[in-house]
Design a protein around this ligand. Structure first.
Ligand code: PMP
Ligand code: GLN
Length: 408
């Protein structure tokens, strides 16, 4: 028998409740499948790369120096200052490290604390769809109502590639007098889509008109392959109502460290702290000075990391295209979207279950990022990660090629 409670609401909202029985998240499930079948894991978004040496060394040094007890709840001063400096240098955004910066246990805790602090039962929260699974779960835990704006897809006439987009009218249409928060994820997981000034300004204008707050999840901010990331807080009228969230996990290849942060006006930081301090109180002491060292790296180091990832994006997308998938070539992030429809595979849910066994490769069905797992026109789409080593990507492509040949 299952014990019910608020958790059942969260689990169901993330599409993980089947006949009253909870399933692990798609990431946990697919990583377990990879182990079970000794398959290459292009599913869960964690990199094969080591962190930059100075970041790793700083963590080791901090442990040896004895920085192993509770740090301040708001975060070590050295990290809060580094976060404020980073926002000023990269984006021209100025924050007071003492009152406008909060360190969290990954972006995950930052998102949870923010939504739980600010959303009352019945309040509406807007996200794109597909969306990172945690959003639906926490909105439901808070008793909020989840409204979504679809990411649309079409084929590029020249390249035949998959183009993903968001329509400004649809963004506008999602707001109502009940909108409390709009949760903007750019660069976007699972599609790598980046929102540009038109869409972002529409969100800012509508948020102002409805007196809603903006929460922005920017964990892929430095993993961009063309134009640089544009934080919504830099738009006119946005900074005062925006809670910006990011994390060290992706930028420095340390997803297991769980160090994230929030920048926002003091009254918003106070509200969010009012939840965060009861969730974890404080976050990973020795990792904080290490992440501070990472944020202070020269811009060229960030660009080198992105350029290296871009090469692996190109390797994966061109390989998948040759095999016969219709692919998106994302502008940012860890993932490409691959349409298996042209290979005669209309159901990515079923395909992602078969691929570990038949091809020795794990990918995630895009349906995992839709409400009730209903991906509609995207039901043949897989999310495929390129944050893995070249060898892993090349071997995966070889195995997928032989698999596809056997299907013909
Ligand atoms: N937001 C998005 C869009 C993500 O993809 C992830 C996972 N990497 C997170 C938040 C969670 O970040 P963290 O690992 O820092 O908790
Ligand atoms: N963010 C990672 C992804 O999208 C997964 C994080 C998790 O396992 N919760 O793959």
């Amino acid at each position: 028998m299952t014990t019910t409670g608020p958790w059942t609401r969260a689990t169901a909202a993330a599409g993980l409740m089947r006949d009253g029985v909870p399933r692990p998240t798609v990431f946990a499930r697919m990583s377990a499948r990879a182990l079970e079948h000794d398959a290459l894991n292009l599913g869960q978004g964690f990199p094969d790369d080591a962190p930059p040496a100075e970041v790793a060394e700083a963590a080791v040094a901090a442990i040896r120096q004895g920085r192993n007890q509770y740090p301040p709840g708001a975060g070590e001063a050295v990290l809060r200052e580094a976060i404020a400096d980073h926002q000023a240098q990269w984006y021209g955004l100025h924050w007071d490290p003492a009152s406008e910066v909060l360190v969290s246990t990954g972006a995950t805790e930052a998102l949870a604390a923010t939504i739980l602090a600010l959303v009352e039962p019945g309040d509406e929260v807007i996200t794109l769809e597909p969306f990172y699974d945690q959003y639906a779960a926490i909105i439901a835990l808070a008793g909020g109502v989840h409204r979504t704006v679809p990411v649309t897809s079409r084929t590029d006439e020249n390249s035949g590639d998959l183009i993903l987009d968001v329509e400004e009218d649809a963004l506008r249409g999602a707001f109502s007098e009940r909108t409390r928060l709009v949760l903007v994820n750019t660069p976007h997981n699972p599609t790598g889509l980046m929102l540009w000034v038109g869409a972002l300004q529409t969100i800012v204008d509508e948020a102002a008109r409805h007196d809603a707050l903006i929460v922005t999840d920017e964990v892929y901010e430095h993993l961009t392959f063309g134009p640089a990331h544009l934080p919504i807080a830099t738009l006119p009228g946005a900074q005062d109502r925006t809670i910006s969230i990011s994390s060290a996990g992706k930028t420095f290849s340390v997803t297991g460290w769980k160090i994230g942060w929030i920048t926002a006006r003091p009254e918003l930081i106070t509200a969010i702290t009012g939840v965060k301090q009861w969730l974890t109180y404080s976050s990973g002491a020795p990792f904080q000075p290490a992440v501070a060292a990472g944020l202070a790296m020269p811009a060229s180091a960030f660009h080198d990391l992105a350029a290296d990832l871009r090469e692996r994006r190109d390797l994966l997308t061109s390989g998948l295209r040759e095999i016969g998938f219709r692919v998106s070539v994302p502008e940012a992030g860890y993932f490409t979207v691959a349409d298996a429809g042209p290979l005669g595979e209309p159901d990515a849910d079923a395909l992602s279950e078969r691929l570990p066994v038949e091809a020795g490769v794990v990918a995630i069905p895009l349906s995992a990022f839709y409400r009730d797992g209903d991906a509609g026109e995207a039901r043949a789409f897989l999310r495929v990660a390129f944050c893995k080593s070249r060898a892993t990507i090349e071997q995966s492509l070889e195995q997928l090629e032989s698999w596809a040949a056997r299907q013909r």
